[in-house]
Write a new protein. Structure first.
Length: 316
């Protein structure tokens, strides 16, 4: 039993040594590095480095993202895939892709691309990238001045059409303006009538009014009275239309004879009895108020001095 215990560590050490020797004979290595596209690199176009390498069976490679502190250099996340078949020594074949974008015109030297295979680190050489602009690339002939001009579609009709549209709008506006001036006439001037002519006109209009019932008779008498009060206001400065019958008669006694005041009192009192006491006169008596008012106006016209001429509309 003791001899077995002594042999076990020796066997384990021998197996480890054999593994190291076996693996050292199968070291990972880079087969080739290709640039895609190989030339004609333009600013901002993706440039890919395709690295083909071998690695021992059962070992997965690890890719290191190249770093750059420059803002105009952008490295993409690299990718790796296993290829079909094996290397001549039985190792697995892999393909790693590193992509970069360069946004400057000055040459750019890439850092070595690193691939980790177990404890081994594979590194490519550095590459210098020279970028091209459109003026120096394959499409530079598009910027030459000797290119024939591009013929644009003709738009000769746009300006005449615009002028015609403006002219149409102007003519239409002018026609509407002239039509409006013919349609809208200035207001007729207000005819200024003397108090005498005014009361004659109003009484003539009331005489033509149709009286069909008691309410129409009552309205007619009230309107005749209002016309008389308005006549007094036009002939004097006294606001008879805003005063009571008693106030109106008191004022008239200052400048009229007793007969004229009594005639005025009879008409106003009779009208008040119709408006307030609801006394309905016969139709002939109601129509007689018009002639009484006309006679009263002629009497007052000869006794009251004319104060002013007005054109106040008739109260209805």
């Amino acid at each position: 039993m003791n001899s077995v215990k002594r042999l076990f560590p020796n066997a384990l050490w021998a197996i480890s040594l054999w593994c190291v020797v076996a693996l050292s004979g199968r070291a990972a290595q880079i087969e080739r590095v290709e640039l895609d596209p190989p030339e004609g690199h333009r600013i901002g176009d993706p440039i890919r480095f395709v690295v083909t390498f071998s690695a021992p069976q059962g070992v997965s490679p690890q890719l290191t993202l190249p770093l750059s502190d420059e803002d105009d250099i952008v490295w993409k996340t690299p990718s790796v895939k296993r290829l079909d078949g094996t290397a001549p020594d039985g190792e697995a074949r892999w393909e790693a892709t590193f992509a970069v974008q360069v946004f400057r015109m000055t040459p750019y030297s890439t850092p070595p691309l690193e691939i980790g295979v177990g404890t081994t680190a594979l590194e490519t050489e550095s590459f210098t990238l020279t970028m091209e602009t459109v003026r120096t690339g394959s499409d530079a002939n598009l910027l030459k001045d000797d290119q024939p001009p591009v013929r644009l579609p003709s738009r000769w009709w746009v300006l005449p059409l615009l002028v015609a549209a403006v002219a149409f709008v102007v003519l239409a506006a002018a026609a509407l303006y002239r039509r409006r001036r013919k349609t809208v006439r200035p207001d007729a001037p207000v005819e200024e009538l003397s108090p005498e002519r005014w009361i004659e006109r109003e009484l003539d209009a009331l005489a033509k009014r149709s009286v069909a019932d008691e309410e129409a008779l009552r309205v007619l008498v009230a309107d005749v009275t209002n016309v008389v009060r308005e006549y007094l206001r036009r002939r004097t400065d006294f606001p008879a239309t805003q005063r009571t019958t008693r106030e109106t008669l008191h004022w008239l006694r200052r400048s009229l004879p007793e007969g004229a005041v009594r005639a005025t009192e009879e008409m106003l009192t009779a009208a008040d009895s119709v408006k307030f006491a609801r006394a309905i006169p016969p139709e002939t008596a109601a129509l007689g108020y018009i002639e009484r008012a006309r006679s009263l106006a002629r009497t007052l016209n000869g006794q009251l001095p004319e104060r002013r001429v007005a054109a106040t509309p008739s109260p209805q």
